[in-house]
Write a protein that binds this ligand. Structure first.
Ligand code: MV4
Length: 458
């Protein structure tokens, strides 16, 4: 096992990784930007190294500075968390060539999964159902027109190097396809430095269900069941839960098996997620792989009792998975609310500032993953996640009751947060009955504001 690890991230996930290291008896080196010099968890690390000015490009995204900190602190491994450099294949490759273990997948797997067309080809080779569409990037307008006619409109044009909803464009009729393709290519080039696009049949009002997988470096691979992340607004997830509500066990089993086949075919190692769209008939279609630990990993931890961050570290140090698939079951139901420093009354604009009051909920079935304390200043430079409120109970109905109570206990003063929105969600009939999909927040909960999501775009 490693003696010392560097955490190349900030905020709640940095603290989450520090906690895992402490429990494993590993020394932990934190890095921080000048904006984060007073962030409370630095005191919990064995060492804290400033890596630059506030902007991400000068600090948490700056590869030479992070490698320099790793050299200075003489660590054996680097945990990238999520976001920032976590899915940058060049960073993973540089870590390994500098003799630091990268706590994540092999750089080849990150690179391959970063191209959605490649990921879909791997899925197809593993007999995992994908959304009907082009086999790989579309090069010519003539090919696109012919293919679109055979799969039927509406068509979704997606950037091969995109993901997470970035670089998507819906096309509802043939007359618009050539122009839409051109716009999509230009946008893809600007956003991802890669103009490659592909076509998919547009799935109406899908649910977003993803499968957690863990793979060791010895060929061992398991899934840790499913999460439903349908509750989102403009591709920002609001609520995640495990298991996915209303999905029959048989479908959940087939999802898990599909994810394992895909990960095997991709040569995947460490923790990862296979994302699927699920239609109203519970048919599922693979869309993309996330080659990192995810924000919503705690709901899986609660229902499986597997510490995913500790498993990531153990896998990176060369250990075999300590369990077989048959030993991984879900118990009860877990739900997470993302608490962001945003103002839901003003189009979710960021609301940085000083936290002047804080009441953290507790009691049976409640977990609070957050780096903030009273007096903490939420800087304007980074993602606005200030905490994750997670509940676990015997079933979904009980989990909702606990979440409602915990949300009423939770008080964050001094900044605007998404707490009031969550209080509404957990009193909403559609949500309580599990009748939600990826368009529900914008369609039902907060109608009136046109979304830039695929579902509302022209
Ligand atoms: C789709 C889709 C409908 N049809 N693909 C958005 C994020 C990216 N991971 C894939 N996304 C979608 N792909 C087809 N063929 C609808 C979405 C989508 C969505 C997916 C997951 C979670 C939230 C979403 C919100 C809007 C659209």
């Amino acid at each position: 096992m490693f003696q010392r690890i560097l955490v190349a991230n900030r905020g709640e996930i940095a603290l989450r990784i520090i906690r895992a290291c402490k429990e494993l008896g590993i020394e932990v080196v934190a890095v921080y930007s000048q904006a984060d010099r007073n962030i409370p968890y630095l005191a919990m690390a064995d060492r804290a190294i400033c890596i630059g000015k506030a902007p991400g490009a000068d600090s948490y995204l700056n590869i030479p500075r992070i490698i320099a900190a790793a050299e200075v602190a003489d660590v054996q491994a680097i945990h990238p968390g999520y976001g920032f450099l976590s899915e940058n294949p060049d960073f993973a490759e540089i870590c390994r060539s500098c003799n630091f273990e990268f706590i994540g997948p092999p750089h080849e797997a990150i690179r391959k999964m970063g191209l959605k067309t490649e990921a879909k080809a791997v899925a197809a080779s593993a007999r995992v159902a994908c959304v009907p569409g082009s086999d790989g990037p579309v090069d010519s307008n003539a090919d696109a027109l012919e293919l679109a006619r055979s799969i039927g409109y509406p068509i979704l044009i997606k950037a091969a190097a995109g993901g997470g909803g970035k670089g998507m464009r819906i096309c509802r009729e043939e007359a618009n396809l050539v122009a839409a393709l051109q716009t999509a290519r230009t946008e893809a080039e600007a956003a991802f430095k890669n103009p490659s696009v592909y076509l998919e049949k547009f799935v109406d009002r899908p649910r977003h269900v993803e499968v957690q997988i863990l793979a060791d470096a010895h060929g061992g691979i398991v899934h840790c069941w499913d999460r439903d992340c349908s509750l989102q607004r403009r591709h920002q997830k609001l609520v995640e839960e495990s298991p996915a509500p209303t999905l029959p066990l048989k479908v959940r089993e087939r999802l898990g098996e599909a994810a394992v086949r895909l990960a095997k075919a991709a040569g995947y190692v460490n923790a990862g997620t296979c994302e699927f769209l699920v239609d109203e008939n519970n048919r599922f279609y693979f869309i993309e792989v996330n080659a990192r630990i995810q924000v919503e990993h705690p709901v899986t931890e609660m229902v499986t009792m597997i510490d995913l961050v500790k498993q990531q570290i153990r896998i990176a140090s060369g250990e075999k998975l300590p369990f077989a698939q048959s030993e991984i079951t879900t118990r009860g139901h877990a739900i997470e609310c993302r608490i962001n420093s945003e103002d839901p009354d003003h189009d979710f604009r960021p609301s940085p500032g000083t936290i002047t009051g804080l009441r953290i909920p507790g009691g049976p079935g409640v977990r609070w993953d957050s780096h903030v304390q009273v007096g903490y200043i939420v800087p304007p430079n980074y993602d606005s996640l200030v905490g994750k409120l997670i509940v676990h109970a015997a079933d979904r109905a009980e989990a909702i009751v606990i979440m409602r109570r915990a949300l009423d206990e939770l008080v964050i003063e001094g900044i605007q947060t998404t707490i009031p929105l969550h209080r509404r969600i957990f009193r909403n009939r559609d949500f309580i009955e599990g009748r939600v999909d990826t368009t529900w927040v914008e369609r039902v909960l907060m109608p009136g504001k046109p979304a830039e999501a695929a579902t509302a775009a022209t």
